[in-house]
Design a protein. Sequence first.
Length: 327
Amino acid sequence: MSVLTGSSILITGGTGSFGKAFIRYALDHLAPRRLVVISRDELKQYEIKQHFDHDERLRWFIGDVRDRERLARAMHGVDYVVHAAALKQVDTAEYNPFEYVRTNVAGSQNVVEAAIDCGVRKVVALSTDKASSPINLYGATKLVADKLFVSANHYAAAHPTRFAVVRYGNVVGSRGSVVPFFLRLAAEGGSIPITDKRMTRFWITLDQAVRFVVDSFDMMQGGELYVPRIPSMRIGDLAEALAPESPTYEIGIRPGEKLHEEMISPDDGRRTLCLPDRYIVQPTIATWGYVPPQAGQVVPEGFSYQSDTNDQWLSVEDLRQMTAVTV
C-alpha cells in the first residue's frame, strides 16, 4: 500500500500527458479521498472531466503556478503534491526566456511556499534529463527548479513538509513526442527527417513514469533526486521501428539539443547511490536530519548516467512493441 492511498493529492499541470496518466492510476489504484487538479487551460479541464466521467473524487482549479495565493487555496487540506506544471519546449524557451523563468523557477518556489504554509506532507517535483549539465534555457530553468526543491528541505526544516525530485527522459506517447510525427509522415508517404543518426535518448513510458513517482513518495525522506534506471534508444532505430518503408534524411542537431542526453553528471555522480530500479542523487548539504539510505551501492568513481553509455538498450523490435501500445 502506498502512502498516497486514501489521501488528498494535488497535481499541478494536471491536464498534461503525465497528469492524465497519473489521474487514471490514482483513481484506479490509490483510492484517493480527493484528487485536486490545478492547471491553466479550461478546455483541457473540460475534456478530461468527460474522459473521467466526472468522477466525484476529482476537484478542478483553474490557476497558474505563478499565482501563489491560488496555489495556497488549492492546497488547503492536501496531503501530497505532484508538481508537473512547466513550460517545456526547448526552441520556444530560447525565444521567450523570462516566461520560462516565471513558470519553471518562480512557479516552483511558489509551490514550495504554498506547500509549507498549507502543511503538505510530501512534494515530488518532476524534472527532465535536460536539467543535467544544461545547454539550453529550458534545461537551465529546470536545474534551478531541482535545486529549489532540494534546498526547500532546509527552508521547511521546522515544518513537516518534505521535498524530492524525480528526473527522467523522453516519454513515449507524450505531447510533443516525435512518435506521432514520424507516423504521420509515414502515412503520407513522406521521408522521415532525423536530426542525427548517432543521436541517443533515454526512453520511458507514461505508465512507468507514474509508477516511479508513486514509489518515490513511499521512499523519500526529503532531499533526494531520483533517476530511474531505464533503457536508451537510437533515433535511427525509432524511425525504422515506426516507418520501416520510409526513407530517412539527416537535418542536423537543432539549437539547444544534445547528441546524447545525460541524467546524472560526473559531479553529481560523486553523491549517487545505485538501487536495482533507480539512482539516488543525495543532497550536497542536508541540515534537516537527512539520513543516507541503508540500501544501495555507491557508484564507481567518475560515474555519469548518459544515454550513449547506458547498459540497457531498446532494439528496433522493442521500440515497435512499445510504440504500438502508446499511439
